[in-house]
Structure formats: C-alpha cells, structure tokens
Design a protein. Structure first.
Length: 528
C-alpha cells in the first residue's frame, strides 16, 4: 500500500507529514524546507508558481500573487469578512454567479478551491518526490470552527489536486494527537491554535489512547494576518503624517511594507526591537522617500494587544460548554506560528495559572497529527487510538416566523445523527420547504445558510396533522447530510441536500479535466 500523508493546509504556511516506525515525520518541500508558504503566483508568461517561488513574486507581481486564500474558502463575496479582506489584499476579488467569492487573475476568475488545490498539488508533488511513488490519499486538517461550506470547499480543493481525502480532521484535535500519542496519560488539555488566518480553542480529554474533544470555539477571521495588518497600518499612517503621501493605493509599496511587517513581527518573538527599513518606497516631484522605523516589542504589543484579548471570550465559552474551568486544565498546547508571540504565552500562562508546553513545534504539530490519523484509518496502529471529535456549530432548520430550531447542538460528538418531528402550518399543504442552517442565533437570517430543498407530495390534511421527520447526520469529517420524510402517509422520502454555495461535482470534474489538459500541453511543449 502506498503512503498516506497528513496535510496541514495553512493560511500562511502549509506542511505535510507521514508516519514512520510509529513516529510522525515532516516531509521537506522541493527546496528542502519543512514548511511551504501558502502562496500562488501567476506570471505574465502563463507560469504558475507555488510556495517560496511565488512568495518571491509578491513584490514585483502583487496583483497576481495570491496569499491567505484559506480565509476565502467557502465564503460569499458580499459577506462582511470578505468585504473587509478586500481592503487589505493586493489582488482583486469578484463575485461568482452563485454569489461565492472568486479571485481575478489577468483575464480570468479563479475559485479559492482551485488556488488551494495548487498548494495541495505542490505538497503532493513533494511527497511523491520524497517517496518515489504516486501519492493519492491524505488526511487534511481544517480549523475547528470551519462551517460545512468551508469543509466541503477544502475537500473539493483536495480532489482537484488529485487527492482522495480519507478524513477531514480539526487542527486542534490533530495537534492533540501528536502531543498525546505516546503518552499513557489521563489529562484534560487546552489547544490554543492561532495561525495565519484563524483562531481555535479546543478542550480535549486524553485517556490512555482515547482522544475526546469536549468543546471547541473560535473565529475563522482572527490570526497572524490581522497582526501584520496592524503593523502595516501603523507604518503607513506615520508615513502619511510625515510626508503627506497616502500609500494605500500603491500595491507595490503595500506589499513591501507587509513583508517587512511580518519579518519584524517574527523577529520580535526573540528580540526586543526590529528595524523596518524600506528605501525608495515611493517618489514624488521633490525626491525619493524612504521608510526607516524601529518597531519595539512593546509597541507591537500595544498595536495588537486587543487582538489577543479577543481570544479569551472564546476560551471562556469553551470552558463553560465543557463544564470545566482553568484550574481543571492539565496542559496547554500552543499551535500556529502566531502563538510564538511572547505576550500570547504570558497571557495564556496568567489565565490558566500554568506555563504552556514549550517543546512542540507549532508550525509542524498539526501535520504530524494528521499523519497519525492517516495511520489509524489504515489500521497500522498497534496501540488502541480512538478519536472523538465534536461539531463546532449547531445545526437545524428555519421554522415559523423566521426562527432557528436547533436539531444538533454545538459540541455534539461526531459522527452523530438526530431526528426531530415537525408539521405543517397550513391546511392541505402539499409541500414543505426545508431551509438548513448552521449557527447559534435564534433567528434564521443571522445564521449560515447551508441548503434549501423541498419535500413534496404530502397528503392532504389539516394544519398540524402531518408529521414531517427531519434527520441531520454529521459524518466523521464534520460534513452534513439532511433528509426529510412524511411519516403520516406511511411513505418516506430521503432528500439529498444540494449546497447553496460552492462547486458542484460537475464543476469540480471540469476543473480537474482543465488542469489535466493544461498539464498535457505543458508536457508536449517541454518535449517539443
């Protein structure tokens, strides 16, 4: 059997790993590095670059270099999150026919799934070069708070990349696997996961090989990108005050500042101050202008301290949902590159009254956990390992007066299935529209719409007489299936839910074929 890999598809950096001799190992990319920038660049010559090669294009080709695409997976163009992102990225977004967000590159619109697929395909290629064999199966991680659209979009991206996803696993859960695999322990741990684009907090109970998620919470638009943007805003505002020049519309200048901001932020995890030095940032009638500023760790903490504080209400809610408290947490695991920030470590230690675990690599631990899960699914683990995850958001349907009725509550252990009985609101009603939603608000319009379908052929009867059973099923990947049946007629109808957004199976197949045709043309050109 060929190797099955574990992939951490990150907002800023991605990582791929495999299990060898019971130990997870990171597979280096084609440049010999353990992690790969989640960046794709499209050159004027038609070449597509991924990873470090793409990152090097970011300054000279900002409009066609796409980063942080993970934040856009499964999102609508008119969502507040996407509208906010548009103001801070150098590339252009547009709306698809179904309202989804797309990226404009040169003269074509590309889905976030396709761009993510190029990153996954590169990681697949790295693994194939490492093993000298074709790789077709993987376990892929997602933020714990990803909704159904985002999970489906991730699976579509993997399929476009030529990967069969054995399981989609939550990133904090994956990290807990890597932490607790070889430990015969009985512990409750908190996994604080803040990467480039997302924040998750997950409470896990580990008991001699059984990994049980107790509760999870988080924000899919809170991460290192936001910390970088705070530095960019500080630099550009000061520059504007000093020179009366607004750099907001200069994509080249903004990209240079952002790269310098991220570099300074990283350095300040280990030093007290870092210089941002950008000569010839712009030129006007008088002279060329430069940026030379010293960013101290204290100033960084002033700029971003509120972002860190935003994570604690999620922690408190997760503890409440799990019926726990800080003093009942045995260990705190930090995941994601942003967790290296000293102020985050300090705040976490103060909240839980204990120091977080330091010996784990926050950039690699998620991919390591994913490859452990792949080995579990293959049946290669000699010791008993059971993984019990939870759904991050409640699921239900819209009912009378626009209310949201929950059928499966958040933090329910998955896989799970639950059925609830409903009825008609009008006499002789022959059709019932089922609007499937995900979220926590009491009103349907404030939650995430997953799908809408109709149950037809209900027997004529007074209002309130027919019984309509609506069943929700969540599989181990956290993906949702819904069915409805009319019990009063003695007949059952199972309705396949068709997502209200995202790519259809036909669209995915078209993208795969288009990609294969492009690869074939490239091979012909190469050997011509």
């Amino acid at each position: 059997m060929s190797h099955v890999i574990g992939i951490d598809l990150g907002t800023t950096y991605s990582c791929v790993a495999y299990l060898e001799g019971g130990e997870p190992r990171v597979i280096p990319n084609l440049e010999g590095l353990p992690t790969t920038p989640s960046v794709v660049s499209f050159t004027q010559s038609g070449e597509e670059l991924v990873g470090n090669l793409a990152l090097r294009q970011a300054i000279t080709n900002p409009s066609n270099t796409v980063s942080a695409i993970k934040r856009l997976l499964g999102k609508k163009f008119d969502s507040p999150e996407v509208q906010g992102v548009m103001k801070k990225i150098p590339y252009t977004l547009t709306a698809a026919k179904n309202g989804d967000v797309m990226v404009l590159v040169e003269d074509r619109a590309i889905t976030p799934q396709e761009i993510s697929a190029k990153i996954l395909a590169y990681l697949k290629k790295c693994a194939e070069a490492y093993f000298g064999e074709t790789i077709s199966q993987a376990v892929v991680t997602v933020p714990a708070h990803f909704d159904d659209h985002q999970r489906q979009a991730t699976k579509d991206a993997a399929r476009i990349a030529g990967l069969n996803v054995m399981r989609v696993i939550n990133e904090p859960t994956s990290a807990s696997l890597a932490y607790g695999l070889d430990k015969k322990i009985n512990q409750t741990i908190a996994v604080y996961d803040i990467g480039g684009g997302t924040f998750d907090i997950t409470l896990m109970e580990i008991n001699d090989g059984i990994f049980h998620a107790l509760a999870t919470n988080g924000n899919t638009f809170l991460g290192g990108e936001d910390f970088d943007n705070r530095i960019v805003e500080w630099v550009t505002e000061d520059f504007s005050k000093e020179h009366s020049v607004d750099l907001a519309e200069d994509k080249l200048a903004l990209q240079r500042i952002k790269e310098a901001a991220e570099k300074a932020k990283r350095e300040l995890s280990f030093t007290i101050e870092s210089e941002i030095n950008l000569p010839f940032i712009c030129t006007d009638e008088s002279a060329s202008k430069h940026i030379q500023k010293m960013l101290t760790r204290k100033k960084l903490e002033e700029l971003t301290g509120d972002l860190i504080e935003k994570t604690f209400p999620f922690i408190e809610q997760a503890l409440t949902d799990a019926g726990s408290s800080p003093d009942k947490i045995d260990e705190i695991i930090l995941v994601g590159g942003q967790s290296r920030m000293p102020l985050i470590k300090k705040k976490i230690a103060e909240f839980f009254q204990k120091e977080p675990v330091e010996h784990l690599n926050p950039d690699e631990i998620v991919a390591m956990g994913a490859c452990i899960q792949s080995s579990i699914l293959q049946g290669n683990m000699t010791d008993l390992v059971v993984l019990l995850d939870v759904t991050p958001l409640s699921l239900g349907i819209e009912t009378e007066n626009g209310r949201f009725t929950k059928i499966i509550e958040k933090n329910s252990t998955i896989p799970t299935k639950k059925t609830m009985a409903f009825t008609t609101v009008e006499a002789n009603q022959r059709r019932v529209r089922v609007h499937v939603l995900q979220g926590e608000d009491d009103f349907a319009e404030h939650n995430i719409s997953l799908a809408v379908f109709d149950l037809v052929g209900i027997a004529l009867a007074p209002a309130g007489v027919p019984r309509i059973d609506v069943s929700f099923e969540i599989d181990a990947d956290g993906l949702v299936r819904v069915s409805a049946s009319d019990v009063s007629t003695g007949r059952s109808q199972n309705i396949e839910v068709k997502s209200s957004s995202g790519l259809t199976p036909e669209e995915v197949n078209k993208i795969i074929k288009r990609s294969a045709d492009a690869d074939e043309e490239a091979d012909i050109d190469e050997h011509a």
